[in-house]
Design a protein around this ligand. Structure first.
Ligand SMILES: Cc1cc2nc3c(=O)[nH]c(=O)nc-3n(C[C@H](O)[C@H](O)[C@H](O)COP(=O)(O)O)c2cc1C
Length: 183
């Protein structure tokens, strides 16, 4: 499976890092300018630290990168964390950066696209855009970890949320709610 991972300037960079660490796919990373800033600010990490998890990182400014074209296949685009700015651009059909262009491609080619958005509260405009994207086939999932596994640490909360995305991509996940009831 080939997954493009976008990390933007929304808070919650640790979710993106954990997703990159755990997703066992061929991964390509697109880090926006503000994604790079928030990554450093919140985790102390740089693009260099993420390189071991991905096949290649593309500049968000590189509109000549392969995934800017629909003729280069990928199975899913996961944007985690996804800012309101990036969500708004995608909802409006803008493709002026590699990440928004790749999202445009995912939508037109009917490929899986997951936006792990982070903002609170959500404006009416953001809700309208999320609605529009959901109708267009995108999965809009707020960075909202579950509590039914009784996480004891922030790491466990992050892990349990990324597990949810892995499940949406079709990977077998470690955690299910009350699996014993199915026996
Ligand atoms: C430390 C920091 C935290 C931010 N957190 C959020 C956030 O949680 N959600 C959001 O939509 N924008 C947030 N922003 C604002 C975005 O970074 C800003 O809108 C930027 O234009 C996003 O661009 P991008 O989507 O291309 O990365 C934050 C900015 C900074 C500096």
């Amino acid at each position: 499976m080939r997954v493009i991972v976008g990390m933007t300037g929304a808070s919650g960079a640790v979710f993106g890092v954990e997703f990159l660490r755990r997703c066992q796919a061929e991964k390509f990373l697109i880090l926006t300018k503000w994604g790079r800033y928030v990554l450093k600010e919140e985790t102390g990490l740089t693009e260099h630290h993420l390189a071991e998890h991905v096949k290649r990182t593309f500049s968000d400014e590189d509109l000549a990168a392969p995934f800017a074209s629909g003729s280069n296949p990928f199975d899913a685009l996961v944007i985690i964390p996804c800012s309101m700015t990036t969500m708004a651009k995608i909802a409006c059909g803008l493709g002026d950066t590699l990440l928004t262009r790749t999202a445009q491609v995912a939508l037109k080619e009917r490929r899986k696209i997951i936006l792990a958005v982070r903002e609170t509260p959500l404006s009416t405009i953001a809700l309208e855009q999320a609605h529009k994207l959901s109708q267009a086939g995108a999965i809009v999932m707020p960075l909202s970890p579950p509590f039914y596994h009784h996480p004891q640490t922030i790491e466990q909360m992050v892990e349990q949320f990324t597990d949810k995305i892995l499940g949406l991509l079709g990977f077998e996940t470690q955690l299910a709610w009350k699996p014993e009831a199915l026996e």
